[in-house]
Design a protein around this ligand. Structure first.
Ligand SMILES: [Zn+2]
Length: 315
């Protein structure tokens, strides 16, 4: 796609860069050499750094290897897309692994002095007054990972080649921070560092609108903002001290339970008895009906990725 270039730089091994990307602008992270280089990536709300990219919500909605079209979600209670992947020439990204850190190389490899993503992220974002504690779980572009049969994560060879790139569009004003992953002793970067090109582009005509009109962008009352928080200011001290005037005031309580009577035909009752007989759906008709009802509801009405897909619960 033809885009107007606004800024470009090269990040060398051992370094990273924090960049302001206003809503609608696009960051391209590009491979400058063959051999494959992972870029760790963090993203903050430029006007409120407490809101930032959240790997867990993003994994939930888009799976373990998000690529073109995947949104980068912020953490609860904000829970909203703050950026979106608009191009990806490799399709091999990771949001399962945490960023590598000095401890990791020390503990696993006996290398107390080693380039690492955490320290690079911390140093790059320091340009904006953020501390090492403000680095958060990263989107690891070009990192090829999976989960084995035993449920353990693994790192595969990097598949990126010279000229490959990803593009991330800001959906709000953001601070995006990218660094050259410091893992030269893992397959993450095929055991060798390479520089990466970072380029900021103006979004193409209509591109932002296209991504803003998708279902993930529906605004819901449950996406809260700091104006709704009981404490609106960011805590200025590190020490935690008890507020003696605190009185618990949880929302949605008291939670009440009520019995609901359901009339069953003989046919319904036989189906439920069949479910109870499988041993997977409780020990009574009532428990089996709860499974059957919710399974139907999830299939019929639930939006987004669905959990609970047990073929035997098709009643
Ligand atoms: Zn790393």
């Amino acid at each position: 796609m033809d885009r107007e270039l606004l800024y470009e730089t090269v990040i060398e091994p051992g370094t990273g860069k924090a960049l302001e990307l206003l809503r609608g602008q696009v960051l391209r992270i590009e491979q400058l050499a063959d051999g494959g280089q992972c870029a760790d990536f963090n993203c903050f709300n430029l006007h409120d750094y407490k809101e930032h990219f959240h790997t867990a919500r993003t994994r939930h909605v888009h799976g373990l290897q998000p690529s073109t079209g995947a949104y980068l979600w912020s953490a609860p209670p904000r829970d909203r897309p703050i950026a979106v992947v608009v191009a990806d020439t490799v399709g091999s990204n990771d949001i399962l692994y945490g960023r590598c850190s000095a401890w990791l190389y020390d503990y696993q490899y006996g290398l107390p002095v080693h380039a690492n993503c955490h320290d690079m992220q911390a140093e790059a974002q320091r340009e904006y007054g953020l501390t090492p504690d403000d680095v958060h779980d990263s989107f690891n572009f070009f990192m090829n990972t999976g989960v084995d049969q035993e449920g353990r994560p693994y790192i595969g060879p990097n598949m990126a080649r010279k000229g490959d790139y990803v593009e991330i569009m800001a959906l709000i004003d953001t601070l995006m921070v990218a660094n050259v992953c410091g893992a030269d002793v893992m397959a993450t970067n095929n055991f060798q560092y390479k520089p990466l090109r970072l380029a900021v582009y103006a979004g193409a005509e209509g591109e932002l609108r296209g991504y803003e009109s998708r279902p993930e962008m529906r605004r819901l009352q449950t996406q809260r903002t700091p104006e709704q928080f009981r404490i609106k200011e960011v805590k200025p001290t590190r020490e935690l001290t008890r507020d003696p005037s605190y009185v618990p005031d949880f929302i949605n309580v008291p939670i009440t339970l009520a019995d609901v009577s359901v009339e069953l035909t003989d046919e319904d009752a036989a189906l439920l008895d069949g479910l109870v007989g499988t041993g997977d759906f409780g020990t009574s008709r009532g428990e089996a009906l709860r499974w059957a009802f919710h399974h139907w509801w999830i299939k019929r009405y639930m939006q987004g990725p669905k959990h609970l897909d047990r073929e035997s619960a098709q009643a």
